[in-house]
Design a binder for this molecule. Structure first.
Ligand code: GLN
Length: 308
């Protein structure tokens, strides 16, 4: 009873913030309602508390990255993944065309270069593109605890404007990090990013990470604990792109943002948190989402470096 009141109060406190811009580099995203606002807490015991637009669907975008990285680690093993995608914070924007100097390896799986590579490594080797996509939809659905669907319009709109991601994929193909047709991989990556989720779904996905890879409501073990540790570590260091250091010091919760305005945080052994508000700051992180997490972290003492 206390937490819902608290969530309503914090939502009301950040609601007047109307700074930031909706992402428009994908035309279909620009049609989103900028006023949407929601937040959900999902505990590892399966309690779910929400306020605001908790069941409105939006596009997962980059929040798919940690989960697809988890599936790739789970399906291929750590060695093969680390050979192709590093774990060093890049301190660069999400769509930077940057690869490690000599190897051509993307610096981490949270920037597009690494996420496109991780997409290509989901599922066992030798899958056809549709089979790999089904593995990803099935895997992310298991994290959420319900079957997720792709938004075909966003997908088409993003594919028409994917020159930058195509450039990245061609670079990856040049270095042999990708071993298949770059266009097909980008097409799959864009589909993965166009999955529809609600704030409630994202909180459950985060709670599954917080709960050692077991969805707290379905009790399904989606990935094992070693994979979760790897994913949360990478979220903690790289999840907020070029704002990762500010986030780590001020908020201190392993997190991931998406350009449609979603934001997740996962506290191991405690809870998953998600928020939704479409206007973004200069790093591509939700303005009101960052404010919400600032409040959650300080009001409830959630910074992982702080003794509770
Ligand atoms: N699909 C988007 C892109 O590749 C994801 C970006 C994001 O959410 N930061 O540009």
């Amino acid at each position: 009873p206390l937490i819902p009141d608290y969530l309503h109060e914090v939502l009301a406190a950040v609601a007047p913030k109307t700074s930031g811009e909706i992402a428009s580099y994908i035309p279909e995203l620009a049609t989103a309602d900028p006023e949407r606002l929601g937040a959900v807490f999902a505990t590892v015991d399966g309690e779910v508390y929400g306020a605001g637009d908790v069941d409105v669907e939006f596009i997962i975008q980059s929040i798919s990255k940690p989960f697809v990285y988890a599936l790739a680690l789970s399906d291929r093993g750590f060695g093969p993944l680390l050979d192709k995608v590093g774990v060093e914070p890049s301190g660069e924007a999400f769509n930077e065309i940057s690869l490690e100097r000599d190897t051509g390896r993307p610096r981490n799986p949270m920037i597009n270069a690494g996420a496109i590579t991780a997409h290509s490594l989901a599922g066992p080797e030798g899958l056809r593109a549709e089979e790999r996509m089904e593995r990803i939809v099935q895997g992310l659905s298991a994290f959420a605890g319900r079957r997720l669907e792709v938004d075909a319009r966003v997908c088409a709109s993003e594919m028409e404007n994917a020159h930058r991601n195509l450039a990245i994929a061609h670079m990856l193909r040049n270095y042999g990090i990708l071993s298949e047709d770059p266009r097909g991989v980008v097409d799959g990556y864009i589909r993965q990013c166009a999955l529809l989720v609600s704030t409630r779904d994202l909180a459950m996905m985060a709670a599954t990470l917080a709960n050692r890879g077991v969805n707290p409501l379905s009790n399904e073990q989606v990935v094992d604990q070693a994979v979760v540790r790897q994913v949360l570590s990478v979220m903690a260091t790289c999840g907020m792109y070029d704002a990762a250091g500010d986030w780590a010091t001020q908020i201190g919760i392993p997190a991931k943002s998406g350009v449609a305005g979603g934001l997740i945080g996962a506290l191991p052994g405690q809870l998953g948190i998600a928020s939704f508000s479409p206007r973004l700051d200069a790093h591509g992180n939700s303005v009101r989402g960052v404010s919400l997490f600032e409040r959650f972290s300080s009001d409830m003492g959630l910074h992982v470096m702080e003794v509770p």
